[in-house]
Design a binder for this molecule. Structure first.
Ligand code: IVH
Length: 679
């Protein structure tokens, strides 16, 4: 029989592990100063998972094991705010900030005033309610009085503590801004592109959309972040700046003083200096801001100043002008992607914007063109705001000549037929994107699929670049990935820039790709919504292409990560005759169509994210990467704070070294790496 003391010991260990993991999480995500390795963290997490499984009586929805999200919800409950979530009065004019400061002075009858300056984060406001140090509720702004309870989703954000670090006040309400960092936003779009999905336009809207997803597991995959900007509870400190600094100790992400993201001043000179500094420096930040916020630091003075009907008198925001330029629209072209999605692109008279020359801007889709009322030769306004890609935000109608207007009216309308192959475009109900359905022979789709097939993460064929693919397709030598494997040197030699040596390299590269593991072949096929991760899951659970092709819808949905939409896309792909035909030829060519047990595979590097850089003695770079994967590690291409270590050979670039040192990522030699995986 189990004794009480066993249970007691387990209970104690569980709470100890939870406390430690919460603290490590804070050190890693908010302080950027991990004190244990990722592997050690994973071991603690695994120990906790095992104990929680064995002793479900200690279950806690705020355990560090609960970050990956729970079961999907039907909708969100309404929740009332303890105190209204107000907005700020805005200005674009520095003089008005000085006028506001004079009003503050007057309101406080000449008392000394300290102003605190912060960034105005461009995201989604959130209110976080803690009881006994535990996150109880996360509520959106809503109408300011009542918002939606999105706690399940917010719990997945690692920079928000589930349990505050001690010593913290028992009950507390924190307000902050949830946003999508640029780098993660870019990665999300890259992943979507890989999966053949439409791109998201900007980080703010994507953050807002992510928070409204009903399945918190999906939210956990979005790398949202949160910066706190307010402590609502009274009595924790006398000033806002102290409260922010304490919040940093309690486990929240707070603006860095060192990076001048928060500062104080007693006069307008200091305030103006902060504004001018960030007007330039904002371009270097890893996330979007749209201005700075200036607040009266002392709470008692804030109280004296009070509120107007919708915003406090003790704060003002100075908004930066989004950089906007005027230029001429030369023409609208329509790009057809590998999945047939048609994206309109504005081709512009080149113009300088935010330090770079802009020649093209995204128009997203037909609705957007319609909203703008765009016509050829229009003068347009282009902005680069929170977005990474510049966009056309308006038309200078005053510059539009009537004659031009009439003459070009029909030109700007979205085409009814694919400009590449003439097939009638389709737009499915409820979708904003037009598609060219001629997957089999629309040239950009054919080229796109082959480029995807040979790409680094798929077949990684050496000696075959994007330009060569274009040449091969245009010469009629390649119509699908299958035809790559029947190419001969006689086919290739007559092509431009193809000498004996490059032909040999290309043919060897194609030959070598026959050893690429099945999961990457599967990813390379370019099935819509089947990105790298889904391909891995599919390959590992069904083990061969035959099995995948013979599995019905219900059984496909049973596979982890695969829902109805992906299952339908897989079924549609294999139902298509032209796909069956090239897959057949790939099989004949001898590609890997089933998983193979790798000899000598271990999980010694499980959980490790490793960057490989430089030239090595015993192995080539690909060999080192293979070893990492063979031992359960993950190869990543760029250094971030999530990198476990870098295996560095000779000639590792100085910028990489610098970045690694800055982030405190360990650098190990080939020798040390081989030691890790041997024995
Ligand atoms: S203070 C009553 N500080 O801007 C004032 N707000 O227009 C409470 N925001 O809804 C807000 N950065 O979502 C404050 N450093 C900052 C902020 C900030 C962004 C957002 C916030 C608020 C909106 C106000």
């Amino acid at each position: 029989m189990e004794t009480t003391s066993d249970k007691e010991i387990a209970g104690r260990r569980i709470s100890e592990l939870r406390g430690d993991l919460h603290a490590h999480n804070h050190l890693y995500y908010n302080k950027n100063q991990p004190v244990i390795s990722d592997k050690a963290f994973d071991l603690l997490l695994k120990e906790l998972e095992a104990l929680e499984l064995a002793y479900p009586e200690f279950n806690d929805p705020l355990s560090p094991t609960m970050r990956p999200g729970g079961i999907a919800q039907d909708g969100f409950d309404k929740a009332k705010h303890s105190t209204p979530m107000l907005s700020l009065s805005n200005t674009y004019d520095a003089h008005e900030v000085e006028e506001w400061m004079s009003r503050v002075d007057k309101g406080l009858e000449g008392e000394d005033v300290v102003y605190v300056m912060e960034l105005k984060y461009d995201g989604v406001a959130i209110s976080l309610v803690y009881e006994k140090g535990r996150l109880m509720k996360a509520i959106t702004r809503g109408d300011g009085e009542t918002g939606e309870d999105i706690t399940a989703n917010v719990k997945t954000i690692r920079t928000i503590p589930l349990l505050m670090q001690q010593p913290a006040p028992e009950n507390l309400e924190i307000r902050g801004e949830i946003f999508y960092p640029f780098e993660d936003f870019k990665a999300l779009n890259e992943l979507r592109e890989e999966e053949g999905e439409a791109q998201f336009a900007n980080p703010r809207n994507t953050a807002a959309g992510s928070l409204k997803l009903l399945d918190s597991k999906e939210v956990a995959k979005r790398k949202l972040d949160c910066m706190m900007y307010g402590v609502i509870s009274k009595g924790v400190s006398d000033t806002h700046s102290e409260a922010v600094s304490s919040a940093g100790d309690w486990g929240f992400k707070v603006p860095s003083e060192k990076l001048k993201m928060i500062s104080t001043s007693t006069d307008s000179k200091g305030v103006m200096a902060f504004i001018s500094y960030w007007d330039i420096a904002r371009h270097e930040l890893p996330f979007a801001i749209d201005g700075v916020v200036i607040k009266v630091d002392r709470y008692d003075q804030q109280e004296i100043l009070g509120l107007t009907s919708k915003s406090p008198r003790w704060a003002i925001s100075f908004k930066f002008e989004t950089e906007r330029v005027r230029t001429q629209l030369k023409k609208i072209t329509f790009q057809v992607g590998r999945t047939g999605a048609v994206t309109p692109v504005a081709n512009l008279e080149p113009v300088l914007l935010g330090g770079t020359t802009v020649k093209r801007a995204s128009l997203h889709n037909a609705d957007q063109i319609e909203r703008l009322g765009l016509r050829s030769n229009d003068y347009v306004f282009v902005e680069k705001g929170g977005e990474i890609i510049p966009k056309v935000v308006g038309v200078d109608e005053s510059a539009r000549a009537v004659a031009v207007d009439l003459f070009t009216q029909s030109e700007s309308v979205f085409p009814t037929h694919c400009l590449e192959c003439g097939t009638a475009l389709i737009r499915e109900e409820g979708e904003v994107v037009h598609y060219c359905p001629n997957a089999a022979s629309c040239p950009p789709q054919v080229k796109g699929r082959i480029k995807h097939f040979i790409s680094r993460k798929a077949m990684n064929i050496d000696g075959l670049g994007s330009e060569t693919v274009t040449q091969l397709v245009e010469a009629g030598l390649v119509i699908d990935p299958g035809s790559l494997y029947t190419l001969t040197s006689e086919d290739l030699l007559p092509l431009d820039r193809m000498a004996e040596k490059s032909v040999q390299k290309l043919l060897l590269g194609i030959e070598a790709s026959k050893h690429i593991p099945f999961e990457r072949v599967l990813f390379g096929l370019g099935i819509r919504y089947v990105g790298e991760t889904v391909a891995k899951k599919l390959a590992r659970s069904l083990e061969s292409l035959d099995a995948i092709m013979n599995t019905n819808r219900e059984d496909l949905i049973e596979v982890d990560e695969i829902g109805e939409r992906i299952a339908d896309s897989i079924l549609a792909f294999f139902a298509e005759e032209s796909n069956k035909s090239f897959i057949h030829r790939l099989k004949d060519a001898g590609l890997q169509f089933a998983v193979q047990e790798v000899e000598g595979a271990t999980d010694k590097l499980a959980g490790a994210a490793v960057v490989v850089s430089g030239v090595f003695e015993k192995h080539d770079r690909t060999g080192i990467k293979k070893l990492i994967e063979q031992h359960g590690g993950k190869v990543s291409s760029s250094i971030s704070k999530k990198t476990s270590y870098i295996v560095a050979g000779e000639k590792m670039g100085p910028s990489k070294r610098e970045k690694a040192e800055k982030l405190g990522v360990p650098i190990i030699s080939e020798e040390e790496f081989l030691d890790k995986i041997s024995g």
